[in-house]
Design a protein around this ligand. Sequence first.
Ligand code: AN7
Length: 378
Amino acid sequence: MPFRPRYTGLIAKYKDRLPINDDTRLISLGEGNTPLIRLNNIPRDLGKDVDIYVKYEGLNPTGSFKDRGMTMAVTKAVDEGSKAIICASTGNTSASAAAYAARAGIKAFVLIPDGKIAMGKLAQAIMHGAEVIQIAGNFDDGMRIVKEIADHAPVTIVNSVNPYRLQGQKTAAFEIVEELERAPDYHCLPVGNAGNITAHWIGYCEYSGRGDECLTEACALCHGHCRYASAVVGNRPVMVGYQAHGANPFIRGEMVDDPDTVATAIRIGHPQSWKQAWAASKESGGWFDECSDQEILQAQLLLASREGVFCEPASATSLAGAMRDIRSGRIPEGSTVVCTLTGHGLKDPDVAIRQAGDAISTIPATLDAVKKAILDKL
Ligand code: AN7
């Protein structure tokens, strides 16, 4: 056949592995199928023999990995007759919820922390017609309220406490295994609410399972009887989660009441998938560690300037941590490492310009001045 079938999103592709019926109306924007980019310059600069890949989830329809979970959550919400969805969000979940609600023709309510969300994400929620409710509190306050609201109003929660979200998000692990023809040795992710690290582990476990037996306690849906597990691949990665220093409950081993970091996406102190993420970490032989805001911003700039890949600050946490652990040898030479880049750099132009904007100055609009400017830099 001369043409390949049109890609129509991850539910269509993985419907045999998702809680979906053949006649379910799919709410999709063509999410998933994101590039797995092999880094060239950074491993060479590190002087280490490692293969580092970045899974560029910023290329999903709304610019973050949240779309993988949202297509599932909104598809199920509509299937179950829901007319409205709600989430608390540091920004990306609200952008995604707003877009998929628009697509489905239902209402989205999004609770965002006052003043602490990146401009691009706010613009998305507004443009997609969500009801934006700004609260004088942080993400964790919003989450607490949203979890109670379902008892008081006919709305479906689409935060990752909704188990369908993680089912959609697990497909990122499937894609990685299919491209590498094995699981990586290490998979590094930024951790906020801890849904994504949990979802990836569920995906890897399914692809390495032997049948109806579930290989992980991280999955809240199957209760030990995984319908989907099948031996696609023999290995599973070590799962490594990195947090921002100011929002580091997994490093402290307890909840953090006043989280703060430049990476506003992961400014979360009370992660909802606490137990599941610990299960993923322990079962895989992994660990959690933290990065300073400065390390995060340096990694973001390095990736953009040395590899041509622009991710948002929170996303760069995975690479910042991985580089440190590669340098120290905790991630040994010879390893294949995947870092998830959870969101696109254009989400948060303010932080980027604050960081790199000094490079711009104004000169006279003359040939001579421009010529001099170029020759000075060559
Ligand atoms: C870019 O949008 O929680 O550990 O409300 O936007 O699965 O929570 C965002 C989280 C990493 C952390 N990178 O993922 C929200 C929200 C980016 C993010 C995370 C988020 P989880």
